[in-house]
Design a protein around this ligand. Structure first.
Ligand code: ATP
Ligand code: MG
Ligand code: ZN
Length: 462
């Protein structure tokens, strides 16, 4: 069942919206918009043992990215290489192969998926990915819908095949070449994790694009799409902006973060984009319409730093292109109306917002920390709301340059980074954070000195 649903997720590419004409994607979105997450929950199914792919014995690996908890790699069987990223083989030698030079067909899921594996840290063990995958299959996929989630499956043999050593060599090489986050230097893949995840590669070029075309993938975290239930009445900031104000106001914590992340102060203090704009009510006047459209486009542009762009001039030749943020925002200008229209009409963000609200109706402060049978369900539901606040949205924008194309811009999105937030370990921290925001006046905007934020709530009131 898991494998079948993953295939569904891969094939129905995600709520696709064609800007040029009404499409089946719009119909699907309208239908699902009328149902609440509760209505959409599927009936319990018999648990079925997940299919597990086995790691090939000879592979080539390259580093793709990392977060605080996981590292992500492109892994392909040694005989069929499908990427042009700088790679490393079992001998630790550089191994750079042009895109399309190998046969991706015989690489199976490795041709379309990336290896995502936990780094060593508290709570990480041999079963970590099995637990994450069970949560994904049994809770998240029925709740959110497979078409909105980055597909994933399990892979075994990371340690027994020796791949674990290659991955750590790649991380060591990253350390030598100055890793992007100094506080991640020295972190390594957990050594007892033989079973890891294969996640659908969101940076892969569209499967059936028209040529010539270019595809840009932007990453953002949706965060709190609904106000915190424990925010004070009259709040001027949403939970995400209140936290941004609190971290900007706390020079010591902010300075430590800035130093460890090697971020310049001006960037560190830049107002963060408010996520409420993603679920804003339809404007009533043309002026408000223009304000919302600008805010949505700003939201996209503020995430261009994470973007990856592929250009394809023929089916056989997709290649990655590096753009500066300003070049990319210029290049995407012609897609702006379609992207904004998609963001305004998609059910994607409203759906996540509805789940966040339904699964956290009273706020973390109302959940008991002494876990007994009575309080466990509310903690379980809170951790699902928290998981869907800190996950990653991959927004994919494809523009076709061909004059004859009837679909000049395609926009779609999926959620990834869906590891379950462990409420039992994190509840106390969530509660402290909420108390700090309330008592410090960060929701009301009464903190001293006043921090600059551009919360959509605040903008609606002014
Ligand atoms: N499905 C995917 N397709 C393409 N790239 C991905 C995918 N998943 C992760 N990545 C890349 O790997 C990086 C780290 O992955 P991920 O965000 O899952 O790690 P994490 O440790 O869970 O992050 P966080 O600290 O935000 O929780 C991402 O920022 C992204 O660049
Ligand atoms: Mg994560
Ligand atoms: Zn806000």
């Amino acid at each position: 069942m898991a494998a079948r649903a993953d295939t569904v997720a891969d094939d129905n590419f995600n709520g696709r919206n064609y800007a040029a004409a009404g499409s089946a994607g719009d119909v699907v979105m309208t239908l699902s918009h009328q149902q609440s997450p509760r209505q959409q929950r599927v009936l319990p199914r018999q648990p079925i043992a997940p299919q597990i792919v086995t790691m090939p014995s000879a592979v080539k690996c390259s580093f793709i990215g990392e977060g605080s908890a996981n590292a992500v790699f492109c892994v392909t069987p040694a005989s069929g290489t499908t990427n042009n990223r700088k790679g490393c083989n079992s001998n630790g030698q550089d191994d750079t192969v042009p895109w399309g030079a190998g046969t991706s067909a015989d690489a199976g899921p490795l041709s379309t998926h990336l290896l995502r594996i936990p780094k060593a840290g508290p709570g990480v063990g041999p079963n970590t990915c099995l637990e994450h995958h069970a949560y994904y299959c049994n809770i998240l996929r029925p709740l959110v819908g497979a078409e909105w989630l980055v597909g994933q499956q399990l892979i075994q043999g990371v340690v027994s095949s020796g791949v674990h050593t290659i991955l750590n060599n790649l991380l060591a090489e990253m350390d030598r070449n100055r890793r992007s986050r100094p506080d991640w230097v020295g972190t390594r893949v957990a050594e007892d994790v033989d079973v890891a995840l294969l996640v659908e590669d969101m940076t892969a070029a569209c499967k059936k694009p028209t040529y010539p075309s270019s595809t840009t993938i932007i990453q953002c975290k949706p965060k709190w799409l609904v106000q915190s239930p424990s925010a004070p009445a009259g709040a001027r900031r949403c939970r995400t902006c209140a936290l941004a104000a609190a971290s900007a106001a706390s020079p010591r914590a902010d300075e430590t973060k800035r130093r460890t992340n090697n971020v310049k102060p001006s960037i560190s203090h830049k107002a963060k984009p408010c996520p409420l704009v993603l679920v804003a009510d339809p404007p009533l006047t043309p002026q408000d319409e223009a304000v919302l459209e600008t805010a949505l486009w700003d939201y996209v542009c503020q995430h261009l730093g994470s973007a990856v762009t592929f250009t394809s001039s023929s089916p056989a030749s997709p290649s990655i292109r590096s753009f500066s943020v300003s070049e990319l925002s210029m290049a995407l200008q012609k897609a702006r109306p379609a992207v904004v229209r998609w963001m305004r009409t998609t059910n994607f963000f409203r759906r996540i917002a509805a789940i966040q609200a339904e699964f956290d109706p009273c706020g973390a402060l109302s959940v008991k920390s002494a876990i007994d049978d009575a309080s466990a369900p509310s903690l379980d539901r809170l951790q699902t709301a928290m998981t869907l606040r800190d996950c990653t949205c991959f927004l994919r924008i494809t523009t076709s340059d061909g004059l004859t194309s009837s679909e000049p811009v395609q926009v779609s999105a999926k959620l990834g980074d869906l590891d379950r937030k462990d409420g039992r370990r994190k509840l106390a921290q969530w509660q402290i954070q909420e108390r700090t925001l309330i008592s410090g006046g960060f929701y009301l905007g009464t903190e001293e000195p006043r921090q600059q934020t551009r919360c959509w709530l605040e903008r609606q009131r002014d």
